[in-house]
Ligand binder design. Sequence first.
Ligand SMILES: [Fe+2]
Length: 444
Amino acid sequence: MQTAPHVPCSMSPSSELAKRFVDCRAQTERLTAQLSPEDCQAQSMPDASPIKWHLAHTTWFFETFILERFEPLLGKAFTPHRPAFRVLFNSYYNGVGDKHPRPQRGLVTRPSLHEVKDYRVAINQRVAALLEAQSALSQVDQRELTELVTLGINHEQQHQELILTDLKHLLSMNPLRPVYAPSWPLVTVKPEPAQWLTYEAGLYSIGHDSPDQFAFDNESPRHQVYLNAFELATHPVTYGEFAAFIDAGGYQKHELWLSLGWDWVQRERIDKPMYWHKSVSGWQTFTLHGLVDIEANTPVAHISYFEADAYARWVGARLPTEAEWEVAAQASLKASDGAVIAAGNFVDGNVLHPLAARSARLPQCHQHLFGDVWEWTQSSYAPYPGFKAAEGAVGEYNGKFMCNQYVLRGGSCATPRDHIRASYRNFFPADARWQFSGLRLARD
Ligand SMILES: [Fe+2]
């Protein structure tokens, strides 16, 4: 892959928030620095976006929701960087106005990648200037500015993950099997067999409850749930275990599948997880490091809700509910003093593929609950009791998607470590597979 001209994020941060802003923007540029303009242009499917679009849209978010609002409060008339960008890089905010159709993002050959990088630099400088001058704002406005910049940073982190998963899908479509990261850091390890950890029936609390820590609105309000006694596996399901499901004819047995899932398997002719290839030596999978032999002990990734559910039924188990998952995560974090989060494999480690748990750390802890693969839950993505979306266009961030999607928990090998927490709710439709999505078994 060619090296595109890299436009660095070169502001001097004057506050903790400004530093986090600079670091986040620089991380996006690091992830994409080695990509050619052609790599950044193409769109491989309607669900995925071109890298150039991600670079522009994350910038649009800061321009639209922060500069437009706060620059006039400092006596400066807001001038859009380029008026056309307002529509071009609006993802789904009807409150902002028109949007360019998502499936046609790859057709936007202009502005060029260079112009998008210039856009990033210009908006970086304006946000930095705004943060520098924020003491001239009222206390209320300063608090709101902090909240919106923090939201913008977390939004950009979500797009950093999408950059990697969209890029992986794009590269997988190329018969040359291009490599994004040339080194292959995966070491073969033999983890201990999965066990079950038991949780008593009772009333538990889930949801975000820490006013000092950022969380998306869909994680609140914290509320009580009653759970029957349940068990959750110590380890996620592995590639090797999933290969056994394929060998046993799992994709051909209608009795294992939900009705919609069986329709999907038949219609799309699905007979293996996404990115799997059969070679003479066995199963291989496409990764951001190219095509590699499957490592049997690593957590299986790139399966749909339907596949996760069918596998669980095949072994006589089920998917956990999101409340069960969160209760187990709270218990694991408590038992390990928060070390479980650090134990997982996040984008920070640059492995970019799920890793097998090396060894049991603490007997009462789940392995790799955070990082490696997002874990499908059986819970529909729905509002928590008392949920209220924020006022205005920014309130469209999460709430309006609470229909026909399922919750995934725990983050993946493409998630920034400081982005994830026990109450975090990701969500995708039941047939989505291009994220690093896997499963962990539960049973009654
Ligand atoms: Fe977005």
